[in-house]
Design a protein around this ligand. Structure first.
Ligand SMILES: Cc1ncc(COP(=O)(O)O)c(C=O)c1O
Length: 465
């Protein structure tokens, strides 16, 4: 199986880790600060604070910005749950801003509209968490100017984007934010096994995050309330956790950072090759804004259901069955059961849901060879051809129609080679699919997938009364 993402570990990485394992310091030694300095220099920022995951960093960053009960944090639905959970972990409320159809990141227009409404309701968020999806920066210029207007702090979730650039500066330089966060999980651009880092130009935020990652404790005389004390004394100044990165992890990070440029340029080369190789297929390939240069953590394609009759699920399964370890990024966070318990649901953020219903992440990692990439493209092509069958979109309408209330009124359409529209009434799905097969005159043949969805936003043009 060719995975969608994979770390690249060479002998130098292993030697660097072994060196720390043989040293006096497995944690809280000299290697974490060394790694922090390397990341800070690479991203042209003043401070970097390493922790044991980006999830921890997001939480510590929110704590450092004093997020708490009664506050709001807004992020995008198209992200990993950690971008939202950091708000909930501080006791704040979380809401979402839909994404831009082109770059799949926070849409500044949607943000502006939402802020206007929130202003009237006295519900302006304290923190915004734009996410640089797939390694491409969000439109930070517009997002930060809106944030400035309303006095909102920004944490960039740059988990995908170490090595990316935006308006000629590295992502992570915090030109348009208070704090930026990178993840070093193995599928990311560089890895420390688990790990993450915060970057900031604010010395007091950096000091606060350093304390939070170590149980709120400081030993720095300049931070202590009683600096003239015995040499063993430390002070806890605030609440914190053990979010420390180990020196073992940092050693791997130092070694990996020496290959950051090579990692990024190979990913960009692979993306360009995918762009060319996939250009004749009915897919939406990832658009790149001229404002920046992506780090290409992911290469997301969208199955173009307007132009072709496949659906994402069928193509995905075909690819997995043929040895291509594709993945989907992301299930919109607001549709997770936990967030539905706050009243969110399908239909709330249509662009994120449109994106999710079509997205497949193709293999994208440094060591992916040209031959493997050709195989991926061949398999995508054949999956699309194989799945190019009439596609039935149908949905249930529980409106009372003079029949018993339990009876579902079903309408459907078939798109693709056979174009067919009809409306039938059915009680159970087996009877329903049989009827469709008969009406489409294709009995005993796979005529497509029957998708039964309560929510019409999944089903692009729908027959209505
Ligand atoms: C956008 C985003 N934010 C946050 C995280 C959390 O990163 P970590 O696994 O380092 O905690 C991830 C990881 O997948 C991510 O993709």
């Amino acid at each position: 199986m060719i995975p969608y993402g994979r770390q690249n570990i060479v002998d130098d990485d292993i030697s660097a880790v072994l060196e720390v394992l043989r040293s006096d310091w497995l944690t809280q030694g000299p290697t974490v600060p060394k790694f922090e300095k390397i990341v800070a220099d690479a991203t042209k920022v003043q401070h970097a604070v390493a922790m044991n995951s980006a999830t921890s960093v997001l939480h510590a960053a929110c704590l450092a910005l004093n997020l708490g009960p009664g506050d709001w944090l807004w992020t995008v639905p198209n992200t990993f749950v950690a971008s939202a959970n950091c708000g909930r972990l501080c006791g704040a409320s979380v809401d979402f801003v839909d994404i831009d159809r082109r770059n799949y990141c926070m849409d500044p227009d949607a943000l502006e509209r939402k802020l206007k409404t929130a202003e009237k309701e006295n519900r302006i968020p304290k923190i915004l968490v734009p996410v640089h999806y797939a390694g491409q920066s969000a439109n930070m210029q517009e997002i930060s100017s809106l944030a400035d207007r309303y006095g909102i702090k920004i944490i960039e979730d740059a988990s995908h984007a170490v090595g990316a650039a935006y308006l000629d500066v590295p992502v992570g330089s915090c030109q348009y934010s208070d704090i930026a966060v990178f993840s070093f999980h193995p599928v990311k651009i560089i890895t420390t096994a688990e790990g993450g880092i915060a970057t900031t130009n604010d010395a007091s935020l950096a000091a606060k995050m350093r304390r939070i990652r170590t149980n709120g404790i400081t030993r720095a005389p300049e931070e202590m309330l009683n600096p003239d004390c015995e040499p063993w004394v430390y002070e806890q100044l605030e609440i914190g956790l053990n979010y420390r990165m180990t020196d073992v992890q940092a050693a791997l990070g130092v070694s990996q950072m020496s290959r950051l440029d090579a990692f990024i340029s190979r990913r960009r080369e692979l993306a360009q090759q995918y762009d060319e190789m996939l250009s004749d297929l009915p897919l939406i390939r990832p658009w790149q804004s001229p404002q920046g240069q992506s780090a290409y953590h992911l290469y997301p394609i969208l199955i173009d259901t307007e132009r072709a009759a496949q659906d994402r699920s069928a193509v995905f399964k075909e690819l997995r069955n043929s040895g291509i370890g594709v993945n989907v990024h992301y299930i919109p966070v607001h549709t997770q059961p936990y967030y539905q318990s706050f009243g969110f649901g399908f239909g709330d953020f249509p662009v994120s849901e449109w994106f999710y219903s079509r997205e497949i992440s193709l293999p994208m990692f440094y060591a992916l060879t040209d031959e493997q990439q050709q195989l991926v493209v061949d398999r995508v092509r054949s999956a699309i051809e194989k799945c190019d069958v009439p596609n039935i979109d149908c949905w249930s309408d529980r409106r009372f129609r003079g029949l018993e209330e339990a009876v579902l009124v079903q309408r459907f359409r078939i798109v693709g080679p056979a174009r067919f529209e009809a409306s039938i009434i059915s009680i159970d799905s087996i009877e329903f699919s049989t009827k469709i097969a008969m009406m489409a005159n294709t009995p005993n043949r796979r005529i497509g997938r029957i998708t039964r969805k309560k929510n019409p936003i999944f089903d692009a043009p729908i027959i209505r009364d």
